[in-house]
Design a binder for this molecule. Structure first.
Ligand SMILES: C[S@@+](CC[C@H](N)C(=O)[O-])C[C@H]1O[C@@H](n2cnc3c(N)ncnc32)[C@H](O)[C@@H]1O
Length: 235
């Protein structure tokens, strides 16, 4: 595994998290269901025999969301957490999908293929250290074919905005829905700043442009979670 794209919270996705991740997230199904539905629509132009890279594949939610409607797609899932990948492998196997998937322990920099039709990275970017976020998006851009599509969703909030307190109060409700202990809004804001390094939509869009995605398109928002898609421009 390379030393770039290091997670901001290296021990967060440990065995305990891997074992409880799907159960915790099930409470958020209306949000992830909508995001996955829209992601499928955004990826509608992708060819039937596409090769799709899922960066931060975790326990496989991205693959499960895309594989059924797109039976000809093959997937590469990459993630630095061996524990998350192990759960992912088991679930894909049980669902009969493992034959269409390759799982790699590492980050996008460990992926040699640079001809993916699409890259999907859901709920991952805010876990990448802020000083490595630009390299993260450039790494994704380099692995796409010209005209390939990128879809990503992350926690993105303007930490200087006057609505910050109210926005994070909404977010606290999401956290308690996932069974996490209630934290004061100030503690959540501190966590957004460090270790997560949450940045505003304008900063994320700037990072995408710098990476080569000329036109990031915002397509999703649920409280503090925002999603964009973009195309790698033709050569
Ligand atoms: C919140 S989970 C999201 C998993 C999945 N995409 C989903 O939607 O359920 C974030 C995942 O990102 C992974 N991750 C953290 N740092 C990463 C990096 N530098 N590159 C790729 N994945 C990373 C974590 O190990 C974890 O599995």
């Amino acid at each position: 595994m390379t030393q770039t794209n290091t997670p901001a919270t290296p021990n967060f996705f440990n065995q305990e998290m891997a074992d409880s991740y799907d159960q915790r997230n099930s409470a958020l199904q209306p949000i992830s269901g909508c995001l996955h539905f829209l992601t499928n629509l955004v990826l509608a132009p992708v060819p039937r025999n596409a090769s799709v890279l899922c960066v931060g594949v975790g326990t496989g939610a991205d693959i499960f969301a895309l594989a059924t409607d797109n039976p000809g797609w093959r997937f590469v899932g990459v993630d630095p957490s061996a524990e998350m990948l192990e759960v992912c492998r088991r679930r894909l196997d049980e669902a009969g999908l493992l034959g269409r998937c390759q799982l790699v322990r590492g980050t996008v920099e460990d992926i040699a293929d640079t001809h993916f039709d699409a890259v999907v990275s859901l709920f991952v970017a805010h876990f990448i250290k802020l000083d490595q976020r630009a390299a993260f998006y450039s790494g994704i851009h380099r692995r796409l074919k010209p005209r390939g599509l990128f879809v990503s969703a992350e926690i993105s909030v303007d930490l200087e905005d006057t609505s910050l307190h109210a926005t994070v109060k909404d977010w606290a409700r999401i956290q308690s829905l996932m069974g996490q202990e209630e934290k004061p809004v100030e503690a959540l804001i501190a966590m957004f700043r460090d270790p997560l390094g949450v940045v505003s939509p304008a900063i994320t869009e700037g990072l995408w442009r710098d990476a080569g995605f000329a036109e990031p398109v915002p397509f999703f928002q649920a409280f503090a979670i925002r999603g964009w898609h973009a195309q790698r421009p033709p050569l």
